[in-house]
Design a protein around this ligand. Sequence first.
Ligand SMILES: [Zn+2]
Length: 226
Amino acid sequence: MSKIYWDKGHGGDDPGAVANGLQEKQLTHKIVEYAMSYLEENYTGFEQRVTRTGDQTLTLSQRADMANAWGADVFVSVHINAGKGTGFESYVHPNASPQSIALQNVLHGEILSAMRQFGNITDRGKKRADYAVLRETKMPAVLTENLFIDSNDAKLLKNEAFLKAVGEAHARGVAKFLGLPQKAKPQEKSSDGKLYRVQVGAFKDKSNAERLAKELKDKGYPAIIV
Ligand SMILES: [Zn+2]
């Protein structure tokens, strides 16, 4: 059972970067919530926790300490950049383990390609920095800076579909890194989400009902005879 620790950057008294009517702490909350839901829906073999469920205030050391105390296998800290630049970048500690670098590689690729579904996104690179949450955590740890709150990037940060895609990409990256098994797909459904029922009683004999059911199936509409 793999243990995943999510860190929603900032929170409570510390809103993080603020611009264009956006607060970093609210965006990191949404992205991590989308990531956690996506993991729940699509994967098994893991437990996950998060530094704050709501708008609590936490120090950087508290975040790292909680992940260490739980014995997390992975730590991902989600942030939004500021400084009027553009694009996506990710960080590991300057003394990062090979596992941290492997996690950075898979997360960076997943997140960038998800972002690029929404337009041209600058790849600012896989970077290293002596950030407290990276220095003080004992497990593979990566920090992501998901676009700039105070530039034209804010347009995308106001798009809920974009935040969801970024969250889901974080989840897929972690799942790939840990090799989490995917959940079995639910019962097959047609593109309109319906399962068609062919009532035998409506036909002169059962073979006609069977023929219609087969025709429906061939056209991509799952049908059962009832
Ligand atoms: Zn931040």
